[in-house]
Design a protein. Structure first.
Length: 178
């Protein structure tokens, strides 16, 4: 990756092609993570990714200071999600019907049940589960991304998983173990 200068000689100017290449390589992963964070709300997930990339773009010229741009993007995504949830109006309501058609071979009922269980968790607990189990991050990485202690991540993870198991019931637990 290279930084270019703009006509004014600013060495921290953004190289649009370089940023586009980053978005092309990491955009789908950011979107999937955003879908999980938003409880399956694909439109809100698109907004979340757009906001995340909008926050990253001005800083892209200084990315040499960023050790891991992909990790930085994930952290920015989670922080954007948490801040969006804090200021989001409560006038929007989810519906039972999802407009997008499922792919073949996908257990739609199972997916909707899991997304519903995630959506019922507090935002920070949901973020912990998504980072730990969807993004397969370590406790240490999750703690750093969310600015929590490692023990807080472990206890939130334990309690959030217990809540999800409670919501899903015994039938689902038996299905998951088979």
């Amino acid at each position: 990756m290279r930084a270019t200068s703009n006509p004014n000689g600013d060495p921290a100017a953004v190289d649009p092609e370089d940023f586009q290449a980053f978005v092309a390589s990491r955009g789908a992963h950011l979107y999937r993570t955003a879908c999980l964070l938003t409880g399956g709300d694909t439109h809100l997930a698109e907004d979340l990714v757009q906001e995340t990339l909008g926050r990253m773009y001005p800083k892209w010229g200084r990315r040499r200071r960023i050790d891991n741009p992909s990790g930085y993007a994930q952290t920015t995504l989670v922080n954007t999600f948490i801040s969006m949830r804090r200021r989001r109006s409560s006038s929007e309501r989810p519906t039972e019907h999802l407009g997008d058609a499922p792919a073949d071979g996908v257990d739609v009922e199972l997916r909707l049940t899991l997304l519903d269980a995630l959506a019922r968790l507090p935002e920070l607990d949901r973020a912990v589960l998504v980072l730990r189990f969807w993004d397969d991050r370590t406790v240490e990485d999750t703690a750093a991304a969310l600015r929590l202690t490692e023990s807080a991540v472990r206890s939130r993870c334990f309690r959030a998983l217990a809540r999800v198991r409670e919501q899903l019931g015994a039938d689902f637990i038996e299905f998951a173990e088979s």
